[in-house]
Ligand binder design. Structure first.
Ligand code: DGL
Length: 265
């Protein structure tokens, strides 16, 4: 297969990565995307490193079998735990969400104090802290796991009193640190962006990893000069298809997901 006829492969633990797909479609509408959501094994955010690496390898193998030119790990937890392994093992470019988000945060902070919020596994991995301090060791990074944000986003509770209270409770300690940038280190958090911004106030810049990774992919594709006019539709695969996932998927993608394929990898 011609290199530039190949697609961009993207995987996530479920439908959350569709926030990344949405941003890639915005920036690179001519690229064909093949998306795999591992809905049978979601959530990854509370699982161990070894398990997440095992899942990431099988997801990558599936997408490689479809003929992809670049692999995008849209899931923050999978990026945190498995990116190095995938980069070592695969011969195509592998892009994760951590580096682009960390870069944007490190370049944007004025007072050198950055907050990172994500799943318990992403926070435990300290992947964002490491990536930020690799850019600038002077920067102070404060992290907080916000596990209830995933079900809130999936339930469509993107605002309202309960969401506000949960957000205030999670962010209380971190906001005492006088941070001026906060990384939304989970696929689901862009949906809660306005609720989070309401609690942080406008003086805190929210960095959306989905937007940042889309820019990184565009730069990589331009650099390799492998962009191509799309001649077929994007493809969506899930490892478990339920009605509720299809409904949620529409919210994350910002449009209805018409055709979904089931795969058991
Ligand atoms: N996609 C995951 C992430 O970005 C959130 C959902 C999960 O826990 O699997 O970390």
């Amino acid at each position: 297969m011609e290199y530039n006829n190949k697609s961009i492969g993207i995987f996530d633990s479920g439908v959350g990565g569709l926030t990344v797909v949405k941003e890639i479609i915005n920036l690179l509408p001519d690229e064909k995307l093949i998306y795999l959501g591992d809905t049978a094994r979601v959530p990854y955010g509370i699982k161990s490193k070894d398990t997440v690496i095992k899942y990431a390898r099988s997801n990558a193998g599936f997408l490689l079998s479809k003929g992809i030119k670049i692999l995008v790990v849209a899931c923050n937890t999978a990026s945190a735990y498995s990116l190095e392994t995938l980069k070592d093992e695969l011969s195509i470019p592998v892009i994760g969400v951590i580096e682009p988000g960390a870069k944007k945060a490190a370049l944007s902070t004025k007072n050198g104090k950055i907050a990172v919020i994500g799943t318990p596994s992403t926070i435990r991995s300290e992947a964002y802290t490491t990536a930020i301090n690799n850019i600038n060791p002077e920067l102070e990074v404060y992290s907080m796991a916000c596990p209830l944000f995933v079900p809130l986003a999936e339930e469509g509770w993107h605002k309202g009193e309960i969401t506000k209270q949960i957000t205030e409770t999670y962010l209380e300690e971190i906001l005492k640190k006088d941070i001026d940038v906060m990384i939304l280190g989970c696929t689901h958090y862009p949906l809660l962006k306005s609720a989070i911004q309401e609690v942080t106030g406008n003086s805190v810049l929210l960095v959306d990893s989905a937007e940042e990774i889309a820019r990184e992919i565009r730069d990589n594709i331009n650099k390799e000069n492998n962009s191509e006019i799309k001649n077929s539709n994007n493809e969506f695969y899930l490892t478990d298809v339920s009605e509720s996932f299809i409904r949620i998927a529409g919210t994350f993608l910002g449009e209805e997901l018409n055709e979904v394929n089931l795969t058991d990898l």
